[in-house]
Structure formats: C-alpha cells, structure tokens
Design a protein around this ligand. Structure first.
Ligand code: ATP
Ligand code: MG
Length: 574
C-alpha cells in the first residue's frame, strides 16, 4: 500500500476523553473514530488488524471442528420470553418495535436463536454433537461504555454454541475449545492466561476466561506459581486462616471519634493498622430487610461471593444511607457488629482477630478491644472477601500472586439451562426424548485489538505483536529534492518485497522525515526500512526493528532476502 493512496489521519495530541493507552493510541493512529457513546467506525488501518484477528479465530475454530453460520443480529422478543431473559437481562438489552409493533431486540448474545435452530434441525442423537459459531456484531447497552472498543456498546464477537447428548461429549468439545482458544491467543502473539471464572447471568457450571495480561485490565487474576491455580479474583476462594485466635486483652471500651467515618481515618486517629479493624457493610436482603457483612479493614468485599449468601438480594445492592439510619438508628460509617439487630455474616479473616476496633452503632463513636465470644457472640462466618497477594493457594502449592488482565474470551458449560426452558430435545438411542446439553464459547474479536495494544506499546506508540500488525514493513522514502534514483529504489524494493509475500507500506509522501518516522512508530509497524540519498551513495538502506530498536545497514541488493528471513524468524518465534 502506498501512503499517497491510503489516508492515514494521525493525531499528535492525546484525546481528552481517552483514559487508557490503547484507546488513546487507536484514536491517535487513526484506527478508529467515535460516532457516539460506545459506537466506533473501524478506519482502514484498524480494520486491517481486526480482519487479521478474525482470520486467526476462524482458522482455529474450523481446525477444531466448529462449523460457521451467521444468525440475524435482530431477534424476536418471543424467543427471549421463552428463555426467561426478556425480563432478566435488564437495560443491557436494546429493545425495539417493528412497523407492526412487534417487539425485537438487537442481539447481545445468541443462546436463544441457536437453541431455536437446534430444536428445529436436530431430531436424533445421531446428528450430534454439533459445534456452531459465527463472527458477528453484538449490541449491549453498557452502563458505562469506556476505553474505546474495549468496552463498546456495538462490538464484534465470535460466539460459538455446541449441543450434546451427554456430559462426556460436552467435556470433549469444551476442552477442544479451550485448546483452540490457547492456540488463537498464542498465534496472535499475546501473553495470556486461562483462568477459572464465574459464569454470571448466563447460567451453567464450568467456565473459564482467557485473560490478556495488562496492568490496566479491568479484571484481577489470582494465580499460584507452585500449583495450577489460576482464577478470576471474583471466584478465587480465600481459605479460613489456620490456628486459634489470640487471647482477649483489656476490656472493651467506647471511644469518641467525631466525624471519623472511614477505616483510613480511624487508623490514623487511633494509630492502628487496618488489619486490626472490622468494617461493617450493609446490603439489601431478598425479603426487603437488611443484611450486615463484616470484613477486616484491609480487605475488600467480593460481590460475587456475597450474592450467593442465603437471603442476600440479587443483584447485590448496597443499602441506601437513609435506610441504614432508619433501621439501625446510626449513620453509615459508625455501624459495627456489637449488638447489631440484623443478620450478620463475618468473613473468616475478620472472625480470626482479637482485640479489634469497629463502629459502635452510634454517632461519632467506635469500640476498641472488642473480642468475639466475649463482647459479642461467636459469628456466623463465610468467605466474602477478595483474595490478596500472599494468601494461601486453595490448591495448597504456595501463596497467591495477583495480576491484572483484559477478558478476551470466555467459555461456559451451560448444561441444560437453555435446552430445558426452550425445549431442545432429540430422540436418544432408546427412542426416548433427551434434553440436550449445551456449551457456549465467546471471543471479543474487537476487544482483542485494544487488549493487544494495552499489552504492547511504548512512549512512541503501538508496538504490534508481529502477527497482528496491519503492515509488516514500512519503507520510508527520504526524498526532499525528488531525486529520481531514490524513488526508483524505493519503488523497486516495494514491488520486490510485496512479491515476496510481505505486507508492505510505502511512505512515498512529500513529508518531512521526522513526521514519517514518528507516524511509523505511532502506528507500530514492526519493521522499517529507510531509503535515502546518503545511504544509497554507500550502497545500502537503513533497517530498524520497532520492538527492540535494533538497527542495521542492508546492502540494497540483499534487502528482500534479509526481510524475508527477518519476518520468517519473527513469526515462527512468536
Ligand atoms: P465483561 O465481563 O467484560 O462485561 P462479559 O463476561 O459480559 O464481558 P461475555 O458475555 O462472556 O462477556 O462475552 C464474550 C466476550 O465478548 C468477552 O469475553 C469479551 O471479550 C467480549 N465483550 C463483552 N462485552 C464487550 C463489550 N462491551 N465491548 C467489547 N467486547 C466485549
Ligand atoms: Mg465473560
């Protein structure tokens, strides 16, 4: 591609509303343009990368035996009413009516449509298993679209769905999909981890996420080097601490703490550390009442774990301050476990400390030297916190580390959740009706592009993993005085390298060298060759590798061979 024919509209300034590197760089490199909140146009440069991702995904899905189809993006409400999700899915679902006032939605996912296909197409166990997939536009009316295409409202997903007669067959396809996903992210040149995951609203049991490791990722992953444990922090179990509680010390006392509402303020005021405090949070109960949750001051509540406690309202909601005031006669910030008049769940770690500090259930006061089994009853304990670095691994192989990741893929065993509500059955070997088991497998195709940049960039711009680069090589022509021999060499190299099967971008514009270099770095092309008068006089062009900064002068007649070799080695080592 010649840059004189390829509009590349790069931007120097960092766009004001873009918070993370990938969003900033995708806008600056001219890969995407925003149309409205969560809606983006893929400009030609961005689309090249998106198509590469799609291609790798498609090849690996086909290799793993999945079969491509394409379902409508717009789906009738009737199917969603059948599965029960028309009401359950909430505001994420974009709903619309047609000219006859019939209800539809724009698909955020396709379990209902594929289940309808399966119940019509399959009648016998002999036709199974089948694993369908599509690559298609989804719409989810996200509460907070942000980070560009990372969390958009309209985005491209590869979604796959498999149907099985028994668990063994489902396990087999699930494992094949997990392997295919690992191959996809390896081929794309990404550092990633498969982790155990919560299956969320979609239902079902076994579930794994594929996380691209990046410091800005929205997800936290707990893993242990000493064993195979790797899990989204949402799901990672915090083991109860071993050993017994230290013996109680001095008597409990009430301390005046005017205006001290947070654990931080309390720690500073009393010169204590947060792990000696207990914080008490109040959430709504299923029956309309309130439920209290007590944690050590240095720990964080895990909403997924709390949501599964008996009696807690789902989705989890923190109780409104005026309800707390009304029910407990005490402002938020001073609530504590002693003499509390509502049900209380205490985290294992909070139940293991003695002589702690907590709210006194009255304005402007806290309690010190509080002890379980002395000043208040032995608590009802549960695991309700996020694990932290240094916690023991649930598999016993050592301690946990925490890293951040971007969820780029998610596979689930749905079991019969949808097949049952939508009546997806076939006749089994004995001629009896058998409800099918289902698996579903998603990849955020458009999110992968952003995740790759999040993981691979520097202060100059994007540093594409070689397999994802929109062009493999950029030839920069330095030609301020229109010297014919420079143009001739650049043109010849461009033709020869294209002939050799390399995706080449030729910067043949009349722009200053500094501008050309900066743009090539910004858009992240892995290999760069500079053709200029000075080098040609000495018989060479200048090569530079974007990721390592390695530079070398290459004799003009050896460029094709050198580049073919470079690109061959870097793609096989990826
Ligand atoms: P998240 O937890 O990030 O909201 P999810 O668990 O709701 O995602 P799934 O239903 O598992 O998402 O969808 C499959 C994949 O689609 C995800 O793994 C993710 O890569 C991608 N994806 C989901 N929501 C978005 C979005 N709003 N923008 C871009 N990609 C998305
Ligand atoms: Mg998910």
């Amino acid at each position: 591609m010649r840059l004189t024919r390829f509009p590349l509209n790069t931007v120097k300034e960092v766009p004001a509303d873009a918070e993370i590197a990938s969003h900033q760089l995708m806008l600056r490199a001219g890969m995407i343009r925003r149309l409205a909140s969560g809606l983006f146009t893929w400009m030609p440069l961005g689309l090249r990368v998106l198509r590469i991702v799609e291609q790798v995904v498609r090849e690996e899905m086909n290799r793993a035996g999945a079969i491509e189809l394409l379902m409508p993006a717009v789906q009738p409400a009737a199917l969603w009413k059948e599965s029960g999700r028309w009401d359950k899915y909430g505001s994420l679902l974009l709903r619309m009516n047609d000219r006859h006032n019939r209800e539809f939605c724009f698909g955020p996912t396709h379990e209902e449509v594929i289940s309808d296909i399966a119940r019509r197409e399959f009648s016998s166990y002999r036709q199974l298993p089948v694993n369908y997939y599509q690559i298609q536009t989804k719409f989810r009316d996200e509460i907070r679209p942000r980070f560009g295409v990372m969390r958009a409202r309209e985005f491209i997903m590869k979604d796959g769905y498999s149907f099985h007669i028994d668990q063994e067959s489902l396990d087999e396809t699930y494992n094949a999909m997990a392997d295919a996903y690992s191959r996809i992210f390896t081929r794309l040149g990404l550092r990633f981890r498969p982790v155990q995951a919560d299956s969320g609203d979609i239902g079902g049991s076994r579930s794994h996420e594929f996380q691209v490791l990046a410091d800005s990722g929205e997800d936290a992953i707990a893993y242990c080097d000493g064993d195979d444990f790797a899990s989204n922090i949402e799901l990672a179990a915090a083991l109860p601490p071993g050993g017994s509680r230290p013996a109680p010390g001095k008597a409990m006392e009430t301390i005046a703490t005017p205006g001290i509402r947070t654990i931080e303020e309390l720690c500073e005021f009393l010169s204590i550390s947060a792990d000696q405090c207990i914080k008490t949070l109040i959430v709504d109960a299923e029956d309309g009442g309130l439920i209290a949750l007590a944690l050590r001051g240095d720990h964080e509540l895990n909403p997924i774990k709390v949501q599964s406690l008996p009696g807690v309202a789902s989705p989890l909601t923190m109780a409104a301050p005026d309800r707390i005031q009304e029910a407990l006669n005490c402002p938020v910030g001073f609530v504590g476990p002693v003499d509390l008049q509502i049900p209380l769940f205490v985290d294992h770690s909070a139940a293991a400390i003695s002589n702690f500090h907590c709210g006194a259930n009255q304005s402007d006061a806290h309690l010190s030297n509080v002890n379980w089994d002395r000043d208040l009853a032995e608590p009802q304990t549960a695991d309700i916190r996020n694990v932290v670095a240094g916690d023991p691994s649930p598999l016993g192989g050592g301690t946990l580390s925490i890293v951040r990741g971007v969820e780029v893929g998610h596979i689930f065993q749905l079991g019969d959740t949808y097949s049952r509500s939508m009546n997806v059955t076939v006749l089994d070997k004995n001629g009896k009706d058998c409800t099918l088991l289902m698996g579903c497998y998603g990849i955020g195709v458009s999110r992968i592009v952003a995740a790759a940049i999040e993981q691979n960039h520097d202060e100059l711009g994007i540093v594409w993993p070689e397999p994802m680069a929109p062009f493999q090589l950029v030839i920069i022509e330095l030609n301020p005085r229109n010297q014919a021999h420079v143009t001739a060499v650049a043109d010849r190299l461009y033709d020869d390298l294209k002939q050799a099967g390399i995706e080449v971008l030729l910067d043949d514009r009349k722009a200053r060298p500094g501008v050309k270099f900066a743009e090539a770095d910004l858009i992240g092309i892995p290999h760069r060759i500079v053709v200029g008068d000075r080098g040609l006089t000495a018989g060479h062009v200048e090569y530079r590798h974007r990721a390592t900064g390695d530079e070398e002068n290459i004799p003009v007649d050896q460029v094709t061979q050198f580049m073919s070799q470079r690109i061959e080695t870097s793609s096989t080592s990826a």
